[in-house]
Design a protein around this ligand. Structure first.
Ligand code: PLP
Length: 296
Protein backbone atom coordinates (compact mmCIF):
# COMPACT_ATOMS: atom_id res chain seq x y z
CA UNK A 1 0.00 0.00 0.00
CA UNK A 2 1.36 3.38 -1.01
CA UNK A 3 1.88 6.08 1.58
CA UNK A 4 0.64 9.60 0.82
CA UNK A 5 0.83 12.81 2.80
CA UNK A 6 -2.01 15.19 3.51
CA UNK A 7 -2.01 18.23 5.80
CA UNK A 8 0.86 17.10 7.96
CA UNK A 9 0.18 13.35 8.11
CA UNK A 10 1.64 10.36 6.31
CA UNK A 11 -1.22 7.93 5.62
CA UNK A 12 -1.99 4.83 3.57
CA UNK A 13 -3.08 6.34 0.25
CA UNK A 14 -6.64 5.02 0.43
CA UNK A 15 -7.15 6.71 3.80
CA UNK A 16 -6.16 10.19 2.56
CA UNK A 17 -9.30 12.40 2.57
CA UNK A 18 -10.39 15.97 1.87
CA UNK A 19 -13.51 17.73 3.08
CA UNK A 20 -16.55 18.05 0.77
CA UNK A 21 -16.16 21.80 1.43
CA UNK A 22 -12.65 21.79 -0.03
CA UNK A 23 -12.55 24.37 -2.80
CA UNK A 24 -10.67 21.95 -5.04
CA UNK A 25 -13.68 19.61 -4.83
CA UNK A 26 -16.21 22.43 -5.33
CA UNK A 27 -14.44 24.75 -7.79
CA UNK A 28 -11.15 23.13 -8.91
CA UNK A 29 -9.61 25.99 -6.91
CA UNK A 30 -6.18 24.39 -6.68
CA UNK A 31 -2.78 24.07 -8.30
CA UNK A 32 -0.58 21.03 -8.75
CA UNK A 33 2.79 19.74 -9.92
CA UNK A 34 3.99 16.40 -11.23
CA UNK A 35 7.72 15.95 -10.66
CA UNK A 36 9.59 13.08 -12.31
CA UNK A 37 11.75 10.89 -10.10
CA UNK A 38 14.74 9.17 -11.65
CA UNK A 39 16.90 6.87 -9.56
CA UNK A 40 15.47 8.34 -6.38
CA UNK A 41 16.14 11.95 -7.43
CA UNK A 42 13.68 14.69 -8.32
CA UNK A 43 14.15 15.98 -11.85
CA UNK A 44 14.14 19.74 -12.47
CA UNK A 45 12.85 20.33 -8.96
CA UNK A 46 13.61 24.03 -8.95
CA UNK A 47 11.74 24.62 -12.21
CA UNK A 48 8.73 22.83 -10.70
CA UNK A 49 8.96 24.96 -7.54
CA UNK A 50 9.16 28.14 -9.62
CA UNK A 51 6.14 27.10 -11.64
CA UNK A 52 4.26 26.16 -8.47
CA UNK A 53 5.00 29.60 -7.03
CA UNK A 54 3.77 31.19 -10.26
CA UNK A 55 0.55 29.13 -10.27
CA UNK A 56 -0.14 29.97 -6.60
CA UNK A 57 0.49 33.63 -7.34
CA UNK A 58 -1.87 33.47 -10.35
CA UNK A 59 -4.66 32.08 -8.15
CA UNK A 60 -3.74 34.39 -5.24
CA UNK A 61 -3.25 31.46 -2.86
CA UNK A 62 -0.65 32.27 -0.20
CA UNK A 63 2.08 29.57 -0.25
CA UNK A 64 1.26 27.45 2.80
CA UNK A 65 4.76 25.96 3.25
CA UNK A 66 8.29 26.87 2.32
CA UNK A 67 9.77 24.92 -0.56
CA UNK A 68 12.27 23.54 1.98
CA UNK A 69 9.40 22.07 4.03
CA UNK A 70 7.72 20.72 0.88
CA UNK A 71 11.02 19.21 -0.13
CA UNK A 72 11.50 17.48 3.24
CA UNK A 73 8.06 15.86 3.00
CA UNK A 74 8.61 14.92 -0.64
CA UNK A 75 11.94 13.23 0.15
CA UNK A 76 10.41 11.38 3.09
CA UNK A 77 7.59 10.14 0.81
CA UNK A 78 10.17 8.75 -1.62
CA UNK A 79 11.90 7.03 1.28
CA UNK A 80 8.73 5.56 2.80
CA UNK A 81 7.54 4.29 -0.60
CA UNK A 82 11.04 3.15 -1.69
CA UNK A 83 10.44 5.03 -4.92
CA UNK A 84 13.25 4.73 -7.41
CA UNK A 85 11.56 5.68 -10.70
CA UNK A 86 8.18 7.34 -11.16
CA UNK A 87 6.79 10.66 -10.09
CA UNK A 88 5.61 12.81 -7.22
CA UNK A 89 2.16 14.45 -7.35
CA UNK A 90 1.74 17.61 -5.28
CA UNK A 91 -1.49 19.57 -4.95
CA UNK A 92 -2.29 22.72 -3.01
CA UNK A 93 -5.90 23.89 -2.70
CA UNK A 94 -7.26 27.14 -1.31
CA UNK A 95 -8.70 25.08 1.57
CA UNK A 96 -12.16 24.28 2.94
CA UNK A 97 -14.87 26.87 3.45
CA UNK A 98 -18.68 27.13 3.07
CA UNK A 99 -19.50 27.18 -0.64
CA UNK A 100 -19.24 30.68 -2.04
CA UNK A 101 -17.49 31.86 -5.20
CA UNK A 102 -15.45 34.66 -3.59
CA UNK A 103 -12.37 33.78 -1.59
CA UNK A 104 -12.92 32.86 2.10
CA UNK A 105 -12.37 35.96 4.23
CA UNK A 106 -10.34 35.64 6.36
CA UNK A 107 -8.34 33.12 4.32
CA UNK A 108 -8.49 29.50 5.47
CA UNK A 109 -5.67 27.00 5.80
CA UNK A 110 -4.66 25.57 2.41
CA UNK A 111 -4.93 21.82 1.86
CA UNK A 112 -1.60 20.29 0.84
CA UNK A 113 -1.46 16.79 -0.59
CA UNK A 114 1.39 14.67 -1.96
CA UNK A 115 1.49 11.14 -3.38
CA UNK A 116 3.86 9.08 -5.48
CA UNK A 117 3.54 6.67 -8.39
CA UNK A 118 6.04 3.94 -9.22
CA UNK A 119 7.08 3.41 -12.84
CA UNK A 120 9.57 1.04 -14.45
CA UNK A 121 13.00 2.51 -15.18
CA UNK A 122 12.91 4.23 -18.58
CA UNK A 123 14.40 2.07 -21.33
CA UNK A 124 16.96 2.80 -24.03
CA UNK A 125 14.16 3.88 -26.38
CA UNK A 126 10.67 5.29 -25.81
CA UNK A 127 8.22 2.73 -24.40
CA UNK A 128 5.38 3.79 -26.66
CA UNK A 129 4.29 6.17 -29.39
CA UNK A 130 1.18 8.30 -29.72
CA UNK A 131 -1.54 8.51 -32.35
CA UNK A 132 -2.65 12.08 -31.97
CA UNK A 133 -6.04 13.54 -32.87
CA UNK A 134 -6.50 17.29 -33.31
CA UNK A 135 -9.22 18.80 -31.12
CA UNK A 136 -10.41 22.39 -30.63
CA UNK A 137 -8.70 24.03 -27.66
CA UNK A 138 -11.66 24.83 -25.41
CA UNK A 139 -9.68 25.63 -22.26
CA UNK A 140 -9.64 28.93 -20.38
CA UNK A 141 -7.18 31.73 -21.12
CA UNK A 142 -4.59 31.06 -18.38
CA UNK A 143 -3.15 27.74 -19.50
CA UNK A 144 0.24 28.90 -18.19
CA UNK A 145 -1.07 28.26 -14.66
CA UNK A 146 -1.01 24.61 -13.62
CA UNK A 147 -4.45 24.38 -12.02
CA UNK A 148 -6.58 21.29 -11.40
CA UNK A 149 -9.28 22.83 -13.59
CA UNK A 150 -8.70 20.19 -16.28
CA UNK A 151 -12.18 19.35 -17.54
CA UNK A 152 -11.55 20.62 -21.08
CA UNK A 153 -8.31 18.57 -21.13
CA UNK A 154 -10.19 15.46 -19.95
CA UNK A 155 -12.95 15.89 -22.54
CA UNK A 156 -10.39 16.36 -25.33
CA UNK A 157 -8.52 13.26 -24.15
CA UNK A 158 -11.68 11.14 -24.20
CA UNK A 159 -12.72 12.56 -27.59
CA UNK A 160 -9.29 11.61 -28.97
CA UNK A 161 -9.65 8.07 -27.61
CA UNK A 162 -13.21 7.80 -28.95
CA UNK A 163 -11.85 8.88 -32.34
CA UNK A 164 -9.41 5.96 -32.29
CA UNK A 165 -6.31 7.88 -31.18
CA UNK A 166 -4.29 7.87 -27.97
CA UNK A 167 -4.15 11.59 -27.12
CA UNK A 168 -5.27 15.00 -28.42
CA UNK A 169 -3.40 18.00 -29.76
CA UNK A 170 -5.30 21.13 -28.80
CA UNK A 171 -5.69 23.47 -31.75
CA UNK A 172 -6.55 27.19 -31.63
CA UNK A 173 -9.25 28.69 -33.84
CA UNK A 174 -6.61 29.92 -36.29
CA UNK A 175 -5.30 26.36 -36.74
CA UNK A 176 -2.23 26.72 -34.47
CA UNK A 177 -1.33 23.59 -32.49
CA UNK A 178 -0.91 24.70 -28.89
CA UNK A 179 -0.03 21.58 -26.92
CA UNK A 180 -1.36 18.22 -25.79
CA UNK A 181 -3.89 17.68 -22.99
CA UNK A 182 -1.01 17.00 -20.57
CA UNK A 183 2.09 17.53 -22.67
CA UNK A 184 3.86 20.00 -24.96
CA UNK A 185 3.76 19.43 -28.73
CA UNK A 186 6.77 19.35 -31.06
CA UNK A 187 7.47 18.80 -34.75
CA UNK A 188 10.63 18.41 -36.80
CA UNK A 189 10.21 20.00 -40.21
CA UNK A 190 11.39 18.26 -43.37
CA UNK A 191 14.48 20.47 -43.36
CA UNK A 192 15.33 19.40 -39.83
CA UNK A 193 14.13 22.32 -37.68
CA UNK A 194 12.75 21.47 -34.25
CA UNK A 195 9.62 23.57 -33.61
CA UNK A 196 7.48 24.09 -30.51
CA UNK A 197 4.95 26.72 -29.44
CA UNK A 198 6.48 29.76 -27.69
CA UNK A 199 5.77 30.36 -24.00
CA UNK A 200 2.61 32.42 -23.48
CA UNK A 201 -0.69 32.23 -21.61
CA UNK A 202 -2.06 29.62 -24.04
CA UNK A 203 0.32 26.83 -23.07
CA UNK A 204 1.88 25.41 -19.93
CA UNK A 205 5.61 26.05 -19.76
CA UNK A 206 6.66 22.41 -19.45
CA UNK A 207 9.72 21.65 -17.34
CA UNK A 208 10.49 18.84 -19.79
CA UNK A 209 10.12 21.34 -22.64
CA UNK A 210 12.83 23.48 -21.02
CA UNK A 211 15.22 20.54 -20.66
CA UNK A 212 14.61 19.44 -24.27
CA UNK A 213 15.35 22.93 -25.57
CA UNK A 214 18.64 22.92 -23.67
CA UNK A 215 19.56 19.44 -24.94
CA UNK A 216 18.59 20.39 -28.51
CA UNK A 217 21.01 23.31 -28.36
CA UNK A 218 23.74 21.05 -27.00
CA UNK A 219 23.08 18.70 -29.94
CA UNK A 220 23.30 21.77 -32.21
CA UNK A 221 19.84 21.25 -33.63
CA UNK A 222 18.11 24.19 -35.25
CA UNK A 223 15.27 25.23 -32.94
CA UNK A 224 12.35 27.59 -33.47
CA UNK A 225 9.90 28.53 -30.74
CA UNK A 226 6.93 29.51 -32.90
CA UNK A 227 3.39 28.44 -33.59
CA UNK A 228 2.90 25.69 -36.17
CA UNK A 229 -0.40 24.76 -37.76
CA UNK A 230 -2.12 21.40 -37.79
CA UNK A 231 -1.46 21.30 -41.56
CA UNK A 232 2.27 21.97 -41.09
CA UNK A 233 2.33 19.18 -38.50
CA UNK A 234 0.71 16.82 -41.03
CA UNK A 235 3.59 17.54 -43.42
CA UNK A 236 6.32 17.28 -40.77
CA UNK A 237 9.14 14.74 -40.88
CA UNK A 238 8.63 13.88 -37.18
CA UNK A 239 6.52 14.81 -34.21
CA UNK A 240 6.62 14.08 -30.49
CA UNK A 241 5.20 15.16 -27.17
CA UNK A 242 7.01 15.95 -23.92
CA UNK A 243 6.03 15.80 -20.27
CA UNK A 244 7.39 14.79 -16.88
CA UNK A 245 5.70 11.40 -17.21
CA UNK A 246 6.48 10.65 -20.88
CA UNK A 247 9.83 12.53 -21.34
CA UNK A 248 10.04 12.42 -25.17
CA UNK A 249 7.27 10.32 -26.73
CA UNK A 250 7.12 9.97 -30.55
CA UNK A 251 3.88 10.83 -32.34
CA UNK A 252 3.42 8.47 -35.29
CA UNK A 253 0.13 9.72 -36.71
CA UNK A 254 -2.04 12.81 -36.73
CA UNK A 255 -5.77 12.46 -37.43
CA UNK A 256 -5.18 8.97 -38.79
CA UNK A 257 -2.45 10.06 -41.25
CA UNK A 258 1.05 8.77 -40.79
CA UNK A 259 3.73 11.33 -39.85
CA UNK A 260 7.11 10.86 -41.54
CA UNK A 261 7.67 7.15 -42.08
CA UNK A 262 5.22 6.16 -39.33
CA UNK A 263 7.88 5.24 -36.77
CA UNK A 264 9.79 7.13 -34.11
CA UNK A 265 11.82 9.80 -35.95
CA UNK A 266 15.60 10.12 -35.84
CA UNK A 267 15.65 13.50 -34.06
CA UNK A 268 13.00 12.33 -31.56
CA UNK A 269 15.10 9.26 -30.75
CA UNK A 270 18.28 11.33 -30.38
CA UNK A 271 16.48 13.68 -28.02
CA UNK A 272 15.04 10.77 -26.03
CA UNK A 273 18.52 9.25 -25.66
CA UNK A 274 20.05 12.60 -24.72
CA UNK A 275 17.24 13.09 -22.22
CA UNK A 276 17.75 9.74 -20.50
CA UNK A 277 21.50 10.26 -20.61
CA UNK A 278 21.10 13.64 -18.88
CA UNK A 279 19.01 11.96 -16.16
CA UNK A 280 21.62 9.21 -15.70
CA UNK A 281 24.43 11.74 -15.45
CA UNK A 282 22.43 13.49 -12.73
CA UNK A 283 22.64 16.53 -14.95
CA UNK A 284 20.08 18.59 -13.08
CA UNK A 285 20.93 22.22 -13.61
CA UNK A 286 17.92 23.14 -11.57
CA UNK A 287 18.24 20.91 -8.53
CA UNK A 288 18.42 22.70 -5.21
CA UNK A 289 14.78 22.45 -4.22
CA UNK A 290 15.82 23.91 -0.89
CA UNK A 291 17.38 27.14 -2.00
CA UNK A 292 14.29 28.40 -3.73
CA UNK A 293 11.68 29.50 -1.26
CA UNK A 294 8.20 29.78 -2.75
CA UNK A 295 7.21 31.93 0.25
CA UNK A 296 8.68 35.27 -0.73
N1 PLP B 1 1.10 21.02 -21.02
C1 PLP B 1 0.11 20.62 -20.22
C2 PLP B 1 -1.28 21.10 -20.47
C3 PLP B 1 0.38 19.75 -19.15
O1 PLP B 1 -0.61 19.35 -18.33
C4 PLP B 1 1.71 19.29 -18.96
C5 PLP B 1 2.05 18.37 -17.87
O2 PLP B 1 1.21 17.89 -17.14
C6 PLP B 1 2.71 19.73 -19.83
C7 PLP B 1 2.37 20.60 -20.86
C8 PLP B 1 4.12 19.27 -19.67
O3 PLP B 1 4.70 19.84 -18.53
P1 PLP B 1 5.93 19.12 -17.79
O4 PLP B 1 6.96 18.88 -18.83
O5 PLP B 1 6.37 20.11 -16.78
O6 PLP B 1 5.39 17.85 -17.20
Amino acid sequence: MLTSWIDGRYLPHRRARVSVDDRAFLFADAVYEVVAVYDGRFIDARLHMERLANSLDGLRIAPPMTSRALSLVARELLRRNRLRHGYLYLQITRGSAPRWHGFPDPPVRATVFMSVTHKPAPGESPARADDVVSMPDERWQRCDLKTTSLLANCLAMQDAIDAGGSSPWLVAEDGTVREGASSNAWIVTRDGVLVTHPLCRNILGGCTRGRILRLARELQLRVEERGFSRDEAGEAAEAFISSSTSFVRPVVSLDGEVIGDGGAGEVSLRLYEAFIDSLRRGDDLTSGLDDNDIRH
